[in-house]
Write a protein that binds this ligand. Sequence first.
Ligand code: PLP
Length: 391
Amino acid sequence: MSKLAFIDEEMLAQQQQGMFINIRTIESAMGAWIQVDGKRVLNLCANNYLGFANHPALKEAAMRAIQEYGVGPAAVRSIAGTQKLHLELEAKLAKFKKVEAAVSYQSGFVTNQAVIPTLSGAGDVLFSDELNHASIIDGSRLSKAKIVRYKHNDPSDLAAQMQNETAVRRRFVITDGVFSMDGDIAPLKEIYAIAEKYDAITIIDDAHGEGVMGEAGRGIADHFGLHGKIDVEVGTMSKAFGVVGGYAAGSKKIVEYLRQRARPFLFSSAVTPADVAACIAAVEILTGSGELVEKLWDNTKYFKTKMLALGFDLGQSVTPIVPVMIGDTTKAHALSKQLFEAGVFAMAITFPTVPKGKERLRVMMSATHSHADLDFAASTFEKAGKALGVI
Ligand SMILES: Cc1ncc(COP(=O)(O)O)c(C=O)c1O
């Protein structure tokens, strides 16, 4: 028997359980309408909240950076990979987030690998929301700290778990700000109050909050008026900022410590000049105007109102992440397929990404959508939803 026979067996099982991911190929730039597998469809799948992924100012900035700095840094940040652009981005991010300092990394995922195991270690306890993102889970596993999961968005369970853990060197509370599958938000005021009581260090992953929540997209800490109170805000440049990269923002002390110690900073090459320049352009646009963020929220309200009136269950969402709850794997895939055939791209999210019974289509709003686009999306959902008995 081949030594790789286990892969055949596991892939077959994945297919039989309806969990095989059919990865679609995108053949155009990101936008409200995209070309997917040869078909022009309305895009309800991307994290391109503000349309920055194909924004002229970001493209122009990236092209200028290539002319001036070339295509790659050819070094890790601590050797020869820190270019003027990286520092400019970090200064602008810190100002935008209204904190003292920021340090950038290669992605949001990597940022959690950088922040969590660098700050925490043996003898510490990481109190982590049970629905936290995979990058928080993996970052926590890289730490030698004990991981204690508390019930999703449940401050009283967090408080009880904090009380249970006595002989602790340092406590950390880690949560997504906006939960990427449900579009609900962490009750940060209550979480912060508990963290204060136990002198716990707070780390908030704001991947889906920045560019979306708070004043002109400054994020979830801004939304709750908690500037300077959250110890580390983890961010990503791959969602609302439309590019790629991640960052940690907080006090000068923590950021300098991360610069000296975080392994992805020390042992993996820096982000390219083009990406960094595009990120700078994104931060500059948001610093100058909240118009795109307002458009995003207008679209969100418009679409949700229509979908609720049609009888769809949109779960607990209070953000532009709109889960259309189906509760069945086969039905979720069938709905996604019918929508695609009718010109709407909305992928099914099933187990293990979400728990069994919570299968859904996750719809993402964008400032690039017009009301006419959203009318088309809702009426297509209506037809397919009725055909499948979802509504
Ligand atoms: C909460 C959260 N954190 C981190 C990430 C990873 O970000 P990136 O795609 O920049 O690696 C994601 C992306 O799915 C996310 O939803």
